[in-house]
Ligand binder design. Structure first.
Ligand code: HEC
Length: 166
């Protein structure tokens, strides 16, 4: 009897969890790209001038990472479904000896290619994770549209700005 109850309880919870996963998938949420530090480092960049228009949100040192499918995109100009790109932004820490170290993460931006699911934004889904809550997607639909609008400037490059540095 006890065994049956336990089974029923587990069955109910699995149903509830997969139900939530479905809702999240329908809302277009992208999961945190765990494992991205093992992918290919594409390039790094620095925005350190407060006069730069992107300074407030993107000031600091960023690294761009690509999974193997995204690397196919950099090589061919055609990013296949399953490509994932990560923009990993960190603060700057000036050191007493005059050098500058990489500080804490500010936030991590992600692009995921899925032509059917993200057809409205030319096949790319956009998401952002804050350092304070790395597993929680944060962007509103309006913010995601803002990402896509700027990235559209690189339409001829599959909406991807960076280029792979040998
Ligand atoms: C005003 C223009 C602009 C907006 C808005 C913007 N980006 Fe970007 N994004 C860039 C530029 C420029 C780069 C390339 C940086 C480099 O080469 O170092 C970039 C790079 C990236 C990359 C690495 C792949 C690539 O295209 O090089 C990701 C991932 C990314 N952005 C995600 C986002 C997300 C998510 C948002 C919305 C929260 C967003 N971006 C909003 C301009 C923008």
């Amino acid at each position: 009897m006890r065994g049956i109850l336990v089974t029923i309880a587990i069955g109910c919870c699995i149903a509830a969890v997969s139900g939530n996963a479905l809702v999240l998938a329908e809302a277009g949420r992208i999961p945190f790209p765990s494992g991205y530090r093992d992918w290919t480092h594409v390039k790094s960049g620095l925005i350190d001038d407060p006069a730069h228009p992107a300074f407030a949100r993107y000031g600091g040192l960023h690294h761009i990472y690509a999974n193997p499918k995204a690397m196919t995109g950099y090589r061919t100009g055609n990013f296949p479904d399953g490509a994932i790109l990560v923009y990993d932004l960190h603060t700057l820490v000036p050191l007493p000896d005059g050098s500058i170290d990489q500080g804490e993460r500010r936030h991590l931006d992600v692009m995921v290619k899925d032509s059917a699911r993200f057809a409205e934004t030319r096949g790319w889904g956009y998401e952002e994770f804050l350092a304070s809550a790395p597993q929680t997607p944060t962007l509103t639909p309006k913010a995601r549209a803002g990402c896509a609008a700027c990235h559209a400037a690189r339409r001829a490059h599959g909406d991807v700005f960076s280029e792979y540095r040998e």
